[in-house]
Ligand binder design. Structure first.
Ligand SMILES: Nc1ncnc2c1ncn2[C@@H]1O[C@H](COP(=O)(O)OP(=O)(O)OP(=O)(O)O)[C@@H](O)[C@H]1O
Length: 288
């Protein structure tokens, strides 16, 4: 996980034509003709989308654009009706969540999934890869398993230190603030040493101070070589940390480009204004 390659992976996006479906110099995740329908509703219909390795890609769009559904499909928490996608050059289409995670693609959820009655450390260990335990492991191998447990605990402690959650190690997750839970969710996602993380609204419900801290952590992870895709409604956050922005509306990819180009893009303006004209705006839209 190092970005020490002369020009960073994210930097290699400069000069790419900002148009939907454009090819990237070193794509890690590639989607083709991905569709997901619910009854008669087409929630996702993405013709082609590439996410650059080592970059932070923001996935934005009005409410109901299909962002979470796309996350669910790719990460194996939902099924697609059609299409294919690959990760690091190998097919990933239709892989269930545990296999997707094993391949190095881990996602977080809009609403955190940190079991409240478990301690922070227990939450971390629950996210360890493999989840090998005494039930599944023959008694003879138990010493090996204990060794693995110690490795996981060491990894968990490193991450809790990194995210300044170490003092809360033995507290129940339920006692954490919304922002601390988001940090824990991020730390949990990193237990498996992923190649890419997909974060669904990582800043939602986080106070401004912790938002800054989370943003710093995400850019630092990118600088270490991690590929990041995140869904976000807060445009300051999107403009602040993303290397590239992909915009969805009505299930389709309607625009993509560097953050500074997106606000001026007619398709993006249409997507948001259309939404605003059709129905009462959301709090986020009204703030813009
Ligand atoms: N399980 C489901 N059953 C039926 N319709 C669904 C389901 N999940 C999503 N949808 C619909 O699919 C469309 C896309 O929803 P999705 O949640 O992916 O949008 P989004 O861009 O993530 O929105 P938001 O920003 O509000 O989270 C919406 O019209 C939504 O109502």
């Amino acid at each position: 996980m190092t970005a020490d390659r002369g020009v960073s992976d994210a930097g290699r996006l400069s000069g790419i034509v900002p148009e939907p479906g454009v090819r990237k110099p070193d794509p890690l995740l590639v989607l083709d003709q991905v569709t997901r329908t619910f009854g008669g509703l087409v929630a996702v219909r993405v013709e082609h989308l590439e996410m650059q390795r080592g970059a932070i890609t923001a996935l934005i769009g009005p409410n109901g654009a299909g962002k979470t559904t796309l996350f669910n499909v790719i990460s194996g928490f939902d099924r697609a009706d059609g299409g294919s996608w690959s990760f690091d050059g190998q097919p990933l289409t239709g892989s269930p969540a545990h296999r997707v995670a094993r391949r190095g693609l881990v996602r977080t959820f809009q609403l955190t999934r940190t079991p409240a009655r478990l301690t922070v450390m227990e939450n971390m260990l629950l996210a360890a890869p493999g989840q090998r335990g005494e039930r599944t492991l023959p008694a003879l191998l138990r010493p090996l398993w204990r060794g693995q447990e110690r490795d996981f605990e060491r990894r968990a402690d490193e991450l809790l230190d990194r995210f300044r959650l170490a003092p809360l190690r033995d507290d129940h997750a339920g006692t954490l603030s919304g922002g601390q839970r988001k940090l824990l969710e991020l730390a949990r996602a990193l237990m498996a040493r992923p190649v890419m993380i997909m974060l669904d609204e990582p800043m939602a419900g986080v106070n401004p101070a912790l938002t800054q801290s989370l943003l710093g952590h995400i850019t630092q992870l990118r600088d270490e070589g991690l590929t990041v895709c995140f869904v976000e409604h807060d445009m300051d956050v999107v403009m602040g940390i993303s290397d590239w922005v992909a915009v969805m509306a009505d299930g389709r990819l309607v625009a993509e480009g560097p953050p500074h180009t997106i606000g001026k893009n007619a398709a993006v303006v249409d997507a948001y204004l259309g939404k605003r004209h059709d129905e009462p705006g959301t709090a986020t839209e009204e703030e813009e």
